[in-house]
Structure formats: structure tokens, C-alpha cells
Design a protein around this ligand. Structure first.
Ligand code: ADP
Length: 156
């Protein structure tokens, strides 16, 4: 039973797209680049429990960096460290994918090991302007694994 599910999940990787499994931008926990890592912010990060937190500049779709929760290991909330300082120290690479990218291509991307979270772009094609794209969500390796296993992975 489980084996059949996993095989059919794996076979779907070639046809399913990132847009079908991503977490939409409005549901993503993010921080503004101007944030201060004070007690309130650090508590909120800890309460949310995410290992990766996208950072935006101005508008949410303007993602400019990625904070890993473990970057906070040496941060003392009493120091009121600017988030920008931590971002500039670690400079985690941002990787991108597209809503219409297939999951097997995304998985190959993740296997390169640069990041296990990708920012999802949607391309808008208009008649009179050049096409442009916007970030519409995030997708992680766990989202792809859930598709393969055809089951929900409950977070620790
Ligand atoms: P974590 O390690 O933070 O638990 P995972 O990579 O295991 O994150 O992903 C678990 C689920 O949470 C996935 O559906 C993923 O898209 C989503 N997710 C990851 N980071 C965030 C975030 N900062 N805000 C909202 N959802 C997120």
C-alpha cells in the first residue's frame, strides 16, 4: 500500500509543478530588513519555529535575503542587533524557481545543496510590455518529499 503510494508519488514528479505545492507568499512568515533582533522579534521567530525566514525590503514580494533560525545562536536579544548585520554576515544564497517548473527539476536544484528553500517566481506576459516576474511563494525540499511520500510530514 505505502510502496504503491510512493511509486505513484515519484512518477508524479515529472508532471506536477511547483505552483501546485508551494506555500503562498501571504502565508510565509517573513521579516522586514529594517527589523531589530530584540526580545520581541527573537521570541516571535522562536514561536513560529521555522528554520528559514525570508527577509524583504519594502514590499513582501521584494525578497532580499534569507535568515536561518540557527544564525541567531550567538545573538543576545539585549544587544538589539540590526537584522541587516546578521544578513550581511551570513549572506545565504537565494535560489529561484518558477511556478510552472516540474518537481523533478526542482528536486535536482535542491540536490545541488545550495539551499533547501527556493523562491517561486510567476511570469507575467503582457501584450505591450516585456514579460516580468514576481515572487509568489516559497517551496522547500520537505514540500517535494511530501509529494513523493504522498503523505504529510508533521513538524517536530
Ligand atoms: P521548517 O524546517 O522551517 O519546518 P520545512 O522546510 O520543513 O520548514 O517546510 C515545512 C513547511 O513549511 C513547508 O510546507 C514549507 O513550504 C513551509 N515553510 C517553510 N518556511 C516557512 C516560512 N518562513 N513561513 C511559512 N511557511 C514556511
Amino acid at each position: 500500500e505505502d510502496e504503491v503510494n510512493i511509486i505513484s508519488g515519484a512518477l508524479c514528479l515529472k508532471t506536477k509543478t511547483v505552483g501546485e505545492i508551494m506555500t503562498r507568499l501571504e502565508d510565509v512568515f517573513m521579516l522586514p530588513i529594517a527589523a531589530t533582533l530584540d526580545f520581541n522579534t527573537v521570541s516571535e521567530i522562536s514561536k513560529k519555529g521555522y528554520s528559514r525566514i525570508p527577509v524583504f525590503d519594502g514590499e513582501r514580494k521584494n525578497v532580499c535575503a534569507l535568515l536561518h533560525a540557527k544564525d541567531l545562536a550567538f545573538i543576545d536579544p539585549d544587544d538589539n542587533t540590526p537584522l541587516r548585520t546578521v544578513i550581511e554576515f551570513y549572506k545565504h544564497q537565494l535560489i529561484h524557481t518558477y511556478e510552472d517548473e516540474t518537481l523533478n527539476n526542482l528536486l535536482n536544484h535542491f540536490r545541488l545543496g545550495k539551499s533547501h528553500m527556493a523562491f517561486v517566481r510567476k511570469i507575467y506576459a503582457t501584450e505591450d510590455e516585456d514579460p516580468y516576474y514576481e515572487i509568489t511563494g516559497v517551496v522547500t525540499l520537505e514540500d517535494v518529499i511530501e509529494e513523493i511520500l504522498q503523505m504529510e510530514i508533521v513538524d517536530e
